[in-house]
Write a protein that binds this ligand. Sequence first.
Ligand code: OXD
Ligand code: MN
Length: 617
Amino acid sequence: MTQGLEQRADRRPQAPGGPRAHTQGSSPAPDVNPHVRKWIDKCVEMCQPDALYWCDGTAEERRSLLERGVAEGVFLRLNQEKLPGCYLHRSNPNDVARTEQLTFICTPGEDMVGPTNNWMEPRQAYAKLRGLFNGCMRGRTMYVVPFVMGPVGSPLARVGVQLTDSVYVAASMGIMTRMGQVAWRELGAGDGGGDDFTRCLHSIGDVNPDRRYICHFPLDNTIWSFGSGYGGNALLGKKSLALRMASFLGWQQGWMAEHMLLMGVTEPGGRKSYLAAAFPSASGKTNFAMLIPPEKYRKQGWNITTVGDDIVWMWVDPSTGRLRAINPEAGYFGVLPGTNERTNPNAMATMARDTIYTNVALLPDGDVWWEGKTDEPPTEAVDWMGQKWTPSSGRKAAHANSRFTAPMTNNPVLDDLADDPAGVPVSGIVFGGRRSKVIPLVFQAFNWTHGVYVGATIGSETTAAATGQVGVVRRDPMAMLPFIGYNIRDYLVHWFRMRKRMSDCPRIFHVNWFRKGEDGRFLWPGFGENMRVLKWIVDRCHGQAYAVETILGWMPRPQDIDLEGLEIDLQDLESLQSVDAEAVKAELLSQEELFLRLAGDLPKEMVFQRELLISRL
Ligand code: OXD
Ligand code: MN
């Protein structure tokens, strides 16, 4: 079946919804093993593409996919002098963010997915989606995108193959994953080749929200996504494989897939520690992962390096009993509004070349712009929907969820071990949220079990961009609420039990950069100055910094945080770190929402930890 299609590819297949625009045929089929062949044949038979394009992952191919997209009207080539290798993509205005309400975990029983997931029975889900996939790629090319999540050779690295009819998705997967021949090599060729690969089938369909489904079949190692071409819905290596499917697998196999950044912190004496940190979506994870320490710290020799900005996979190293971690991704899919030379110069450098921009404004000279990129807006632009825009248009030029997709190798502060199959040892885990009141700048959990409770109850205030309702605290356990691929009860039990696998476990912390004073101003400057808090955290990981016991956990006294060179008075720092027992009681009550949602499913450790907190109060 696939053999015939490779030849038919030369007939210049029709672009999705557009004229026959392709000018190139398919690449030749590589020597894939029979398991792969059989699955692709079945998908081809169902979707009936006109052509099959096997991605090989070379730089040449990336350029040719992007140019193919330009010919199809999927990409716009940007000013190549200013932004070499950069392109703009505009998604359908109805398709601009992950759609959690249309995301399903499909397991035989509903209890397996628990109260935080949408559930569909697998046979029903397959039947429903088959109806949509049937013939959906007629007149289109099916791209075969083989990829590896994680450094090749890592004990946790996993192979996936995504079939997609979107050249945007194929090109983006080439940035976000280790894509190409390497994946076929990992699987093995011929009859001895393996079938342990995640089968990712994707079609943008007719981009109709009424016919949009992102379905995960953890028991079949399969993901089917239909009707969306946007980020997490369509780049199936990311949230779907690396979080939902991987968290399920990690639960079964004794490792962890988490929504965390991973950073290296090097001290003046050369000691290096790695921290993993979980913050709810759009709370500045990418900024934190690429933090530039204040000048004073840089001069002393402090240095921050990025292993990852969104996802970590962690396992216990049997020889040391310590947690190790890798970043399964190979690129960044970062939020743009608010990103600039001041807030994140490393991100700006990362996206200066070989980057796909999605849903930003286009400037007359072929450069791009988004709200917050510069203090002054441009006098004219074409907005993210392709309409003429001026500052008086009364609407945003870039979408609030506009993104850059850039290879991690562009990051000037990429950690030396980011591609090391052995991963990095994790000294600390940091949880955080966006909280204007109650929650102090930093505290350390008393122990692992308490830390799991702290992570499970993190909350973040909604911003106007997200809901229109500002300041409502939403609970987001471990920042994983939309990404836990199974029952949250089992997920929390898994976290508690991981302690038993480790002889020395990471210290757990909570940070809040967003606390405000009575007058409504932020008490902490944030960004690079967060280094001062990081220093205390790293020292604590090595048992070196002073802390006092409070009802919430171990906390630095104001004099334990280095304030030299910072324009903040001691009183502000005291307010930042103040813990008001009445407010904590109210906080406990507001956790009820989460506890009720989990109802009878709550692990007993969660109940004990809450009781301990009440007794401390
Ligand atoms: C993301 C998210 O896109 O968390 O990373 O939503
Ligand atoms: Mn994320």
